[in-house]
Design a protein around this ligand. Structure first.
Ligand SMILES: Nc1ncnc2c1ncn2[C@@H]1O[C@H](COP(=O)(O)OP(=O)(O)O)[C@@H](O)[C@H]1O
Ligand SMILES: N[C@@H](CCC(=O)OP(=O)(O)O)C(=O)O
Length: 365
């Protein structure tokens, strides 16, 4: 059995676990998952849940005798979403926080930054973020479409090091075991090749979306960014005992590089620089020697016409020092440069946090 260690994980729970009868929420499979979440948090780890099940949970409240239309599914999701959240909350004495996203939110730079900041703040305050697609507003073109890929995007935006996909099957098999009785479990995948995609069949039940294919897509996105991905059977409580003991079960897709390194490379080399922030010697020293975030007090000038969420070069005496993601538009930085962090809100009438570039979003050049 492989070792399995992690610090910040996204755990994706499919509809078949939330609403196993396909028409309302059930606690049947959630108790071991909830115990694992609580124990992991007590051990100092951080968890974000991506939970499916709103449509399945709301299905019985919209009685129909034909395949559900989009609007009917959206109505089911609106009813089921609150039930799904309540179903989770009863396992915890810390707050569960509802985060509803669409593909559009993840692709828009400003909204992406807002999602990132909200998740960061929720974790900081020991809340449990529970993410789902905002099914009531999103039609197909605006949707991520399945929660496996939503889990991957969430892991990326939250800088998680691990994605755990809890399904109704033990992991990736050599073929869909529901159709091929001789299929065998693949415990570890080090490289996601077309042959791996070729193993994937569709959803196993009417409730599921995407089957194995979307799980492999999610693993592909994650492992390339340094996020290991595990597919496990969420119906088997012993799985979570094993994970708590640091043992890998199911199918582990190993990361091709560490998430920190992948992110540093992405920031330094992939993102286009949209502006320049010149800082004083004190700010430079804090960033370089102490790995600190950039505060408004150290900013001398800003230029380039950048917006919040853009990559900017941090310079001192015009010499490049670092590159990072700005949390404020250039026009707002003009107003708050040189000020103390607590003055941001009163000066701008809003605040996106006390720092201008968070240390997690800074890479030294
Ligand atoms: N190669 C494969 N290995 C394992 N399961 C597979 C494979 N191909 C297709 N499947 C199907 O994928 C299903 C899990 O996906 P899905 O039904 O979407 O559930 P979930 O709600 O967990 O996302 C399994 O029940 C299985 O029938
Ligand atoms: N957003 C949908 C779930 C979509 C989805 O991917 O479902 P699943 O394949 O069960 O993880 C819902 O809450 O019903």
């Amino acid at each position: 059995m492989n070792n399995f260690s992690w610090q910040r994980a996204v755990i994706k729970v499919g509809s078949a676990l939330i609403a196993p009868e396909g028409n309302q929420c059930s606690a049947r499979y959630l108790l071991p998952i909830a115990r694992f979440i609580t124990a992991s948090r007590e051990a100092g780890k951080e968890i974000i849940v991506v939970s499916s099940g709103s449509v399945a949970a709301g299905r019985s409240k919209i009685p129909i005798h034909h395949p559900a239309s989009i609007a009917e599914k959206q109505a089911m999701a609106a009813i089921g979403q609150t039930q799904m959240m309540a179903n989770w909350q009863r396992f915890f004495d810390f707050p569960c926080a509802q985060v509803l996203l669409t593909a559009d939110d993840l692709h828009d730079r400003t909204r992406y930054v807002n999602i990132k900041n909200t998740l960061r703040e929720l974790l900081l305050h020991q809340a449990l973020p529970i993410v789902n697609e905002n099914d009531t507003v999103a039609v197909n073109e605006l949707k991520v479409g399945d929660n496996d890929n939503l889990g991957a995007y969430t892991a990326l935006v939250a800088h998680a090091d691990t994605l755990i996909i809890c399904s109704d099957i033990d992991g990736l098999y050599t073929a869909d075991p529901r159709k091929h009785s001789d299929a065998t479990l693949i415990p570890k995948v080090s490289e996601i090749t077309p042959a791996i995609y070729g193993l994937a069949g569709g959803a196993g039940t009417a409730m599921g979306t995407g089957g194995m294919r979307t799980k492999i897509e999610a693993a592909d996105k994650c492992t390339k960014s340094g996020i290991q991905t595990l597919i496990v059977n969420g119906r088997n409580g012993q799985v979570f005992d094993a994970l708590a003991e640091g043992r890998s079960v199911g199918t582990l897709f190993t990361a091709t590089q560490s998430s920190k390194r992948a992110r540093r490379l992405w920031l330094a080399h992939t993102l286009k620089t949209r502006g320049i922030i010149n800082v004083d010697a004190g700010a430079k020293q804090a960033i370089v020697d102490r790995g600190a975030s950039l505060l408004p007090s150290g900013i001398v000038t800003v230029s380039g016409g950048f917006s919040a969420g853009d990559a900017v070069e941090v310079r001192c005496n015009n010499i490049p020092v670092a590159k990072g993601l700005a949390l404020y538009d250039e026009k707002d930085l003009v107003q708050i440069k040189g000020l103390k962090s607590h003055q941001i809100g009163e000066t701008l009438g809003y605040d996106s946090g006390e720092v201008v570039i968070h240390r997690d979003d800074l890479v030294l050049l």
